[in-house]
Write a protein that binds this ligand. Structure first.
Ligand SMILES: Nc1ncnc2c1ncn2[C@@H]1O[C@H](COP(=O)(O)OP(=O)(O)OP(=O)(O)O)[C@@H](O)[C@H]1O
Ligand SMILES: [Mg+2]
Length: 241
């Protein structure tokens, strides 16, 4: 069906041991949608991103991909359905070179014969990585490590890219590059779920906003209407993340 959502969270709760992080979160992403997930530190953004990519199980409620229930399915099933997750923080193998990191990842996700083309594409997206292909990833700068994590998921051409604080720790000029890349991914038809501390960037890129507060959706609506609501909220809750 043309209007089947790509991703649907319905009344999802999530827990870390005895601690409940999400309380009845519902959100819907259609093919090609770009949603910004905003909220202060600890609001539950990363948890929503993890539930949406199968890394954290919903304790109750439902997660559906293309209308198919995926609640508590393993992460690889989400990946097979075209959902890629660029996690928060650094997520590279520190003792392997840039190229070894990419080869390892592409071999698994795209198959051995597609590795050379995928490497070319990664180095085209981020020439800096090409220049440093023989460098051990652990010695890359923080920003370069983010590029490496990002290159891996972008080359896969996900149907839905879930990106958690992609620009954290990146120099403004690199943040701009990352956002140009995201914009081109969007225009190629992929959907985005973006957790971002640069509210302005997120609002420019995304057409929908979901504002999280203490594990619940406090507001959801079009980006055009979000600026005041979001800024007021983040001001009141005392942090902007
Ligand atoms: N592994 C964990 N074990 C226990 N509690 C956790 C775990 N991960 C997250 N939490 C808690 O769940 C709540 C939501 O965390 P989450 O990481 O989703 O927030 P966030 O909105 O991404 O915050 P930030 O902006 O700081 O990244 C927080 O109170 C956090 O302490
Ligand atoms: Mg987070």
């Amino acid at each position: 069906m043309a209007d089947t959502p790509l991703l649907e969270l319905e009344d999802v709760t999530a827990e870390y041991g005895p601690f409940r992080a999400l309380f009845g979160v519902s959100l819907t992403i259609h093919p090609g949608d770009a949603m910004a997930l905003l909220g202060s530190n600890g609001a539950g953004k990363t948890t929503v991103a993890r539930v949406a990519s199968g890394l954290v199980d919903a304790a109750t409620g439902a997660v559906r991909v293309d209308g198919v229930t995926m609640t508590r399915e393993p992460t690889y099933r989400f990946a097979q359905a075209g959902i890629a997750h660029a996690p928060e923080g650094r997520s590279v193998f520190a003792t392997f070179t840039v190229e070894e990191n990419l080869v390892l990842y592409f071999r698994r996700s795209l198959g051995r014969k597609n590795v050379p083309a995928a490497l070319d594409e990664a180095y085209t997206l981020f020439p800096r990585l090409g220049e440093r292909r023989r460098q051990v990833a652990g010695t890359l700068s923080g920003g370069e490590q983010r590029m490496l994590s990002l290159a891996r998921v972008l080359v896969e051409k996900p149907r839905l890219l879930i990106a958690d604080e992609l620009s954290l720790g990146l120099a403004p000029i690199i943040v701009d590059e990352v956002y140009e890349t995201l914009t081109s991914i969007r225009s190629s038809g992929a959907a985005l779920l973006i957790v971002e501390q640069h509210v302005q960037h997120a609002l420019e890129l995304c057409d929908h906003v979901a504002l999280l507060d203490h594990g619940t959706i406090a507001w959801t609506g079009p980006s055009a209407e979000a600026a005041d609501v979001v800024v007021d909220h983040l001001f009141e809750t005392g942090s902007s993340s």
